[in-house]
Design a protein around this ligand. Structure first.
Ligand code: ATP
Ligand code: MG
Ligand code: MG
Ligand code: MG
Length: 438
């Protein structure tokens, strides 16, 4: 992509409405623009990152055998009256009336909708287990939308749902999702710690929130410092071996980590220097809730003994759009964003130090073609502006690599290769730079 043909409205000044660094940087880097409170448009650069995160989330859901579908954003009120949540959900639910005076709502989550799909077509335990997910926009009329996309009103969520015949199988589904989440966040280049979370009035011990530690997070969290060095990549775990998977999950969870609701300072198993008490961002939440929806909504199957039983369910969310902000909170410096490779909108930024100079232009065109041909995503700053502005914008948008081509270097047959994360700059031939990036 040539910057001269790209829509990248970067800002020099810090927008006054943004209170935290990720919000400031997303506005300054031209990634999003607010349409109205808590509702954002994703501009081309931001949308590329959102799609990359979404794709990694998708691949790891697929890898544990979860089937993707797509449910609508608008739901009928009746379904929520059946589950009993229509009144409980309160003001966070955006309620809509259609032209026939029917009550509708913009889905804040999809337990009711998926249970309805399930009950209409699944009759027997032989059709179980089922694991289904979608990646869809949600609306919650948050009382205090803030921090940009981190607490929006409209936001993109991956939500998955499991259906099983008994507790043991349901727990296996939970463990599969636990593994998928560990793998997802590892691939995204961030540490998200699974913490024991409140299960609300339903009870049970099976709920974990995946939390990225950050001072700007909205949750108060407590965990053993051992988590900081823990490998959560989930490599080599056999997800079809129930016992092995259960052991891996329990082994991972041996070290203490709890959200505020579950942390009791008087009875904490760890204290002193071992205990990290800090804040964090909830980027995922997995939850086993048994028959909470299947019972009132009549989602039953015939068991092996011929008796009808309500299915055991769980739900599993990831805040896809929140992650864009959360990754920036976790990775930036005073000059801008530093993208983890896996989600960077482009891998390399190519800077032409003197647009209009024949030799420079030709060298840049050649480099641009070679990078593109090598399958490397490149953003070429071919704009006719001063070099300082190009450097500042490139640092701001945080691409992992920069290749700078100018008249001086060309005389010596070299370009400058800069690593955005380390700041390290080297003068090398273009071929050597290409080699290192590939
Ligand atoms: P929070 O505690 O931040 O309000 P939640 O517990 O209400 O989140 P869940 O119902 O668990 O959210 O939804 C699953 C995921 O969706 C959350 O873990 C979070 O990453 C994301 N999410 C929830 N609300 C928002 C929001 N207003 N804006 C962006 N992402 C959100
Ligand atoms: Mg909430
Ligand atoms: Mg929460
Ligand atoms: Mg939650």
């Amino acid at each position: 992509m040539r910057l001269s043909q790209f829509f990248l409205p970067t800002l020099k000044e810090t927008p006054s409405e943004a209170q935290i660094v990720s919000h400031r940087l997303m506005l300054r880097a031209g990634m999003v623009r607010q349409l109205t409170s808590g509702i954002y448009s994703w501009l081309p650069l931001g949308y590329r990152v959102l799609k990359k995160i979404e794709q990694i989330v998708r691949e790891e859901q697929d890898a544990v055998g979860c089937n993707e579908l797509l449910m609508p954003t608008i739901q009928p009120a009746e379904l929520w009256q059946e589950s009993g949540r229509y009144d409980d959900y309160g003001l966070e639910m955006l309620r809509i009336t259609d032209r026939h005076d029917r009550q509708m709502l913009f889905g804040p989550t999809n337990e009711e909708a998926i249970t309805d799909i399930f009950r209409k077509d699944v009759r027997s335990y032989k059709q179980l287990p089922q694991l289904l997910y979608h990646i869809q926009w949600k609306f919650r009329d948050e009382i205090r939308p803030r921090f940009g996309v981190m607490r929006g009103r409209e936001f993109l969520m991956k939500d998955a749902y499991s259906f099983d015949i008994d507790y043991e199988s349901s727990r296996h589904a939970y463990n599969k999702m636990f593994l998928a989440y560990c793998r997802t966040f590892t691939r995204l280049g961030v540490k998200a710690i699974p913490m024991v979370a409140d299960t609300g009035p339903i009870g049970g011990d099976l709920s974990h929130e995946f939390i990225i530690l950050a001072d700007t997070g909205e949750s108060e969290v407590f965990c053993d410092q051992k988590w900081l060095a823990k490998d959560l990549s989930g490599k080599g775990v056999d997800l079809n071996d129930r016992t092995a998977l259960e052991n891996w999950v329990q082994g991972t969870l041996v070290d203490y980590a709890a959200t505020e609701e579950k942390h009791d300072p008087a009875n904490s198993p760890i204290s002193g220097d071992d205990l990290i008490a800090t804040r964090g961002i909830e980027v995922g939440h997995i939850f086993h809730f048994g028959t909470k929806y299947s019972e009132p909504m009549g989602a039953t199957v015939l068991g092996p003994d011929g008796k009808e039983v309500p299915v055991m369910m769980g739900s599993y969310g990831i805040g896809v759009s929140r992650l864009v902000g959360a990754l920036i909170e976790a990775s930036h410096d005073e000059n801008g964003i530093i993208w983890p490779d896996a989600v960077a909108p482009y891998k390399v930024g190519l800077i032409n130090l003197r647009t209009g100079d024949d030799e420079c232009d030709a060298a840049c065109e050649d480099a641009y073609a070679k990078l593109s041909n090598a399958g490397i995503e490149v953003l070429y700053d071919d704009r006719d502006i001063r070099a300082g502005g190009k450097f500042a914008d490139m640092d701001l948008i945080g691409l992992p690599w920069q290749i700078v081509i100018g008249p001086k270097g060309l005389k010596n047959g070299v370009v400058e290769l800069k690593n955005r994360r380390t700041g390290e700059k080297t003068e090398v031939t273009f071929e050597a730079a290409l080699n290192q990036i590939s």
